[in-house]
Ligand binder design. Structure first.
Ligand code: B12
Ligand code: SF4
Length: 407
């Protein structure tokens, strides 16, 4: 079959995110003819899509919706408006439309209701499931996990997963040859209250073999990508896998500079080993700044490690990102001021241009423990936030307005 893999457009000028979900699917669809279009790169996505659809004449359009909204407060961008434009083009087309993606997987029923043109909605990971759905379209009996046009396949093991095929979305199409995501594990062992990751990717870790990850990174280098980032939940867990991986990375010739999300309990010596292996930036997500907030957010590890680990990361030469929320259970105005003070201290003492502090607001998504406890059973499709209150709200609005103007 001929499959057109489509990345849904973002609908505003913003740095494009390389569509690794679709590159993973292309790698798994070896028996089929795959074509790709990333509509986040197009000036007029509707026209670009119409043109590609006519020139490629596919049997199936497989469209990826990575995000439904940008989870920003107080001004939220709705990515589904531009997805709607693509659905309009598909209205007149006769082939099969399959949709999936991380954001899509949180709200498959709702999105299908809005756009009944979607023939099959995929919830979760597609490498093993999509080839089976294509067999079904070709006449094989339907898999048991396909019900009412919604596919909910079991989560696959990553051990025998094929490698992504990056050639379908060439690095040279992305500004400055872009940055690409590399994934080494799926799932998470932690239990942060606001996070959807476990409902999307499961409890515990499913690991790729270190050998496969090395091959993947060699391919990323060969394709000419300028840098890459590990898109794993927490790069330094499980510890023995992490140590083994970092040591393997240090053996890759001409490895592009890379970054990863870390826990605050990463050993100091490992940060040095990561730098030696080509790492140039790390991100931490403490989210909160008080012990009470830490406990109520269900964070693993210890808040006490935050400042020492950030200092150490800077000392070994890594750029550092630190992410907080403007409000969370047990924290509001005073904690927000502490976060601004942390931001000032970190940037002044650890390097203004190499230390980045972001203060976002929790967007509650279905499937996150905090959302389930505050709004049990609610869909939360339209953005609902864990909002700062009173003075904290005014401060956040002013801070975000300044940031928007500077951008
Ligand atoms: C890494 C990551 C990022 C990185 C990306 C880095 C990079 N260079 O790739 C960065 C930090 C840049 C980022 C930014 C944002 N992100 Co983000 N991100 C993630 C994360 C943790 C992993 C995504 C990933 O790469 N997965 C690995 C690939 C292989 O998997 P995948 O893309 O999901 O594809 C698989 C399946 O979904 C499926 N699939 C995908 N498409 C299709 C299509 C079809 C037809 C089928 C059958 C299957 C299928 O098969 C694929 C292979 O198994 C997810 C959480 C998660 N658990 O997924 C959040 C997540 C996607 N992000 C989210 C958000 C909100 C954002 C931001 C809006 C945040 C912000 N305020 O700026 C921005 C948006 C940027 C953008 N324009 O897309 C939300 C989206 C929820 C929503 N709103 O819809 C998620 C789900 C996290 C959450 N809060 O729950 N993000
Ligand atoms: S926020 Fe990160 S560490 Fe916490 S549960 Fe989600 S993926 Fe895991």
């Amino acid at each position: 079959m001929r499959i057109l893999l489509v990345q849904s457009p973002v609908g505003r000028p913003e740095a494009p995110i390389y569509p690794i979900g679709l590159a993973c699917l292309a790698g798994a669809l070896g028996a089929h003819e795959c074509l790709g279009i990333d509509l986040s790169l197009a000036d007029s996505p509707g026209e670009a899509f119409q043109e590609k659809l006519s020139s490629s004449d596919p049997d199936v359009v497989a469209i990826s919706v990575r995000n439904i909204d940008d989870s920003s407060y107080p001004v939220t961008h709705w990515y589904l408006d531009s997805f709607g434009e693509i659905m309009e083009v598909l209205g007149k087309w006769k082939g099969t439309v399959i949709a999936g993606g991380a954001g899509f997987s949180i709200y498959p029923e709702r999105i299908m209701k809005l756009w009944p043109r979607i023939d099959i909605a995929m919830v979760g990971e597609g490498e093993l499931a999509l080839p089976l759905l294509l067999e079904h379209l070709d006449g094989a009996p339907g898999p048991l996990w396909l019900k009412n046009r919604i596919a909910r396949p079991p989560r696959p093991s990553l051990e025998k997963m094929s490698l992504p095929d990056y050639s379908i979305f060439p690095a040279s199409d992305y500004p400055g040859k872009g940055s690409v995501g590399v994934q080494t594990r799926r799932g998470c062992v932690f239990n942060c209250a606001y996070c959807t990751y476990k409902s999307l990717s499961g409890n515990g870790f499913r690991l790729r073999s270190v050998e496969d990850v090395v091959k993947d990174i060699q391919e990323v280098r060969n394709q000419g990508f300028k840098s890459f980032m590990f898109v794993d939940s927490v790069f330094d867990y499980p510890r023995d896998y992490f140590d083994h991986l970092v040591s393997a990375l240090s053996g890759i010739e001409d490895i592009p500079p890379w970054g990863a999300w870390m826990s605050e309990s990463v050993p100091f010596a490992s940060l040095e080993a990561m730098y030696e292996a080509g790492c140039r930036w790390v991100d931490f997500s403490p989210d909160v700044i008080t012990e009470k907030g830490w406990k109520l957010m269900g964070k693993g590890g210890s808040l006490k490690n935050l400042w020492p680990v950030v200092k150490q990361a800077r000392k070994v030469g890594l750029a550092v990102g630190i992410n907080f929320f403007s409000a969370s259970p047990g924290e509001n105005f005073i904690a927000l001021i502490q976060k601004f003070l942390f931001m000032t201290k970190a940037r002044l003492f650890l390097g203004w241009g190499e230390t980045f502090v972001n203060i976002g607001t929790i967007r509650l998504y279905r499937g996150a423990p905090l959302a389930e406890s505050l709004y049990p059973g609610e869909e939360l499709f339209k953005p609902v936030f864990y909002k700062p209150r009173g003075l904290a709200d005014l401060t956040v609005r002013a801070f975000q307005a300044i940031r928007r103007r500077r951008r």
